[in-house]
Design a protein around this ligand. Structure first.
Ligand code: GDP
Ligand code: MN
Length: 367
């Protein structure tokens, strides 16, 4: 489970990691009100679960509260890597002197937590790893031994942070690791950790919790409400949207398209047990993408029921603004009922993935 930046910052604050003072706004009026109570200039940060918001235009600076209103309006219309912006975090703009990178991830191949740290903060860390790997310090923690503050300071020294900051940066690394461990995280990242005149603060926060640990992380599990129906969604550069229930099935659908010469426009896994509403949401999401010429919906009913899928499809087709051809493969749980609903609504379907993929490619090529 991924936390939004504002949730991760709340968690950090609670656990003694300094963060800038901030407030969450759900709409432009609220943003204006909050802005009036903060020192200017301000930063408006789109709350989405994907990274790279800065580059995608999801972070704006405002000099007064009416500008905050205007910018909030713009941000709330934005979609970042397919994810709509539903709320905005407002913060007083920090006078950044330097930016660091620190993170802890669960390294599955080493079966140990891995701490990564760099003085090249604020940038795309993958780029640092690729272009200047010597600037990215990696340190595996032995899960059977206690991670001690002096070890965190050693990492800070290896990073090359200026002497007067070693103990402070070390302190952040140690605390970040402690929080990572306490909450069964799989990722805890501060990028950037910034130096401002008042000291060091976490300007950004990323936190992912192991879903299998949520049973004992009640405090975090209670935050999950908002994202229960989250999709695994990736935009690609082709023209056929691929939707499936389950990552493996969705990938197979993409493979099958490729086999017949088609190009996927999306990978969209609606997960197991998707509701009618969720199917509709997934379809609307891909249909609203102008690049999509054909939709290939690939459903093998297990927990997901074919009749729910069929109802979702029929509802979307009734209301859809764009007329995008839809090729459906529908089998599995309640398939008889599902197929009957489609037939009644004059929607054709296939039962084999191969036939459906081939048909989707033919339609895309004929357009
Ligand atoms: P990300 O793009 O999703 O990683 O969002 P971040 O919160 O990391 O912000 C991206 C970049 O915006 C940071 O690396 C900073 O350079 C800049 N930024 C964010 N907040 C502030 C701020 O309060 N003051 C200043 N000066 N820059 C900021
Ligand atoms: Mn960041």
């Amino acid at each position: 489970m991924k936390l939004f930046e504002y949730q991760a910052k709340d968690l950090f604050k609670k656990n003694g990691i300094p963060v800038p003072s901030s407030k969450l706004a759900q709409n432009a009026e609220e943003a204006e009100k909050i802005a009036a109570g903060l020192n200017i200039p301000l930063v408006l940060k789109s709350q989405v679960l994907v990274g790279g918001r800065g580059k995608a235009g999801g972070i704006k600076f405002a000099d007064n509260s009416s500008q905050a209103n205007e910018l909030a309006k713009q941000l709330l219309k934005l979609e970042i890597k397919g994810e709509p912006v539903n709320s905005i975090l407002l913060e007083e703009k920090l006078a950044i002197k330097s930016e660091f990178y620190i993170s802890v991830v669960m390294d599955r191949s080493a079966k140990k937590p891995l701490i990564m740290a760099s003085t090249q903060g604020g940038m795309d860390i993958e780029q640092v790893a690729r272009e200047t790997p010597e600037k990215l310090i990696k340190y595996h923690v032995d899960p059977l031994e206690e991670f001690l503050p002096y070890q965190a300071r050693e990492i800070a020294i290896k990073m090359g942070v200026p002497n007067p900051l070693i103990s402070k940066v070390g302190g952040f690394i140690w605390k970040l690791f402690t929080v990572f461990q306490k909450y069964d995280a799989t990722i805890a990242e501060i990028n950037p950790l910034v130096l401002i005149p008042e000291g060091l603060v976490a300007a950004d926060a990323k936190f992912e919790v192991d879903d299998d640990a949520l049973y004992r992380q009640k405090e975090l599990a209670s935050l999950a409400g908002d994202e229960k129906d989250e999709f695994a969604y990736v935009k690609l550069d082709g023209d056929i949207a691929v939707i499936g229930n389950g990552a493996g099935l969705t990938l197979s659908g993409m493979d099958m398209l490729k086999l017949y010469g088609g190009k996927p426009a999306t990978f969209l896994d609606i997960g197991g047990g998707a509701s009618q509403q969720n199917i509709a949401r997934a379809l609307n999401l891909v249909i609203s993408n102008p690049q999509v010429k054909v939709v290939f919906l690939n459903v093998l009913g297990g927990i997901t029921r074919a009749d729910d899928v069929a109802n979702g499809v029929v509802n979307v087709l009734k209301e859809s603004e764009r007329d995008v051809p839809l090729v459906i493969r529908l089998t599995g749980t309640n398939e008889g009922e599902g197929q009957r609903i489609l037939t009644d609504a004059d929607v054709s379907f296939e039962t084999s993935m191969e036939a459906a993929a081939q048909k989707a490619v033919e339609i895309a090529e004929s357009l």
